[in-house]
Design a protein around this ligand. Structure first.
Ligand code: COA
Ligand code: NAP
Length: 267
């Protein structure tokens, strides 16, 4: 759709912004005139994302793991000192694999907790001093697992519930600094790694689509549009919100996916 927002003069840093939903968000801000930074582990993905974003705006990329505080601190600082500040921070790095709790090692559980939850804390903690001014916005990318239990997803449910609590607590702590903090909860978004992992067969994809009240899976643009709105002055009185952008999926359809994954699992 045509972008109705103008982010020219603003600096947007998207963590995990080199593929899927987060890259879609980065592209949305780039098309709206913002200067962009993206961070993820793979240098190859970082380079490809910067090439794509550079078609629209100035873009910088950094290879770092959100589990490594020093590395995130260093690239957040480099981005901010180069451009002067951060106006919008999107924290969306995440890991997922379907596994029953009793088929998952403690290290498997910890990997997802460390990327999704500790990683979000570290990213926000490192960015705070560069965000601290009226008009700044943080958007955490959550998931329906944050509030709806799902079989084969104990690690993700625990981690994303924590992410939404960070959203709420930091909205309170940072409100007087001028920083708004919100979560977006994407529903099933087509053509993404997340959906490929959670609904790996055509039959499961069709069942997911049929379980969405609006009758379709979401697009990356659907999530980008919501992110631009939440970061814009139109949302200037919205903080601490957990916003589902899911075609109504979380109202009823979501829970059937856990059953389907469990039925498919060899364990
Ligand atoms: N079932 C059970 N355990 C699994 C697993 C699976 N399908 N996949 C990984 N694990 C376990 C590993 O066995 C390991 O535990 P162990 O050391 O006890 O054997 C632990 O998870 C960490 O795995 P590792 O591959 O070392 O982690 P990593 O840090 O390289 O990768 C992941 C993290 C596992 C989350 C990986 O899937 C990833 O990088 N994902 C990013 C992309 C993604 O998930 N996108 C969708 C976002 S919704
Ligand atoms: P994706 O393409 O795999 O995106 C994940 C991004 O995070 C990648 O850029 C990845 O790049 C980066 N990343 C992963 N681990 C990292 C780490 N340790 N440090 C730094 N970066 C890391 O998946 P997606 O499906 O689009 O998901 C994006 C977000 O949306 C996630 O937060 C997910 O939970 C959420 N979500 C997705 C859906 C869906 O339908 N897909 C639904 C609800 C919520 P590298 O591999 O280079 O690190």
């Amino acid at each position: 759709m045509t972008v109705p927002f103008d982010f020219s003069g603003q600096n947007v840093l998207v963590i995990g912004g080199t593929s899927g939903i987060n890259l879609g968000i980065a592209q949305g801000f780039a098309k709206a005139g913002a200067k962009l930074g993206v961070i993820s582990r793979s240098q190859e993905k970082v380079d490809a994302a910067v090439t794509l974003l550079s078609k629209h705006t100035d873009a910088m990329g950094f290879s770092a793991d959100v589990r490594d505080y020093e590395a995130i601190d260093s690239c957040t600082r480099e981005f901010s000192e180069h451009l002067g500040s951060i106006d919008v921070l999107v924290s969306g790095a995440a890991g997922n694999f379907p596994a029953a709790a009793n088929a998952m090692s403690a290290n498997g559980f910890k990997a997802v907790m460390d990327i999704d939850l500790l990683g979000t804390f570290q990213v926000l903690r490192c960015a705070y001093s560069f965000l601290k001014k009226p008009g700044s916005a943080v958007i955490n990318i959550s998931a329906p697992q944050a509030f709806q239990p799902m079989e084969m997803q104990a690690h993700v449910c625990a981690a994303k519930a924590g992410v939404d609590m960070l959203t709420r607590v930091l909205a309170m702590e940072w409100g007087l600094e001028g920083i708004r903090v919100n979560s977006i909860v994407p529903g099933p978004i087509s053509d993404t790694e997340g959906m490929a992992r959670l609904a790996p067969t055509e039959k499961m994809q069709q069942a997911v689509t049929a379980s969405v009240p609006l009758g379709r899976q979401g697009t990356k643009d659907d999530i980008a549009d919501a992110a631009l709105f939440l970061a814009s002055p139109l949302a200037s009185y919205i903080t601490g919100a957990i916003l589902p952008v899911d075609g109504g999926w979380s109202l009823s359809g979501f829970s059937s996916l856990g059953n389907a994954l469990k039925a498919k699992s060899p364990t």
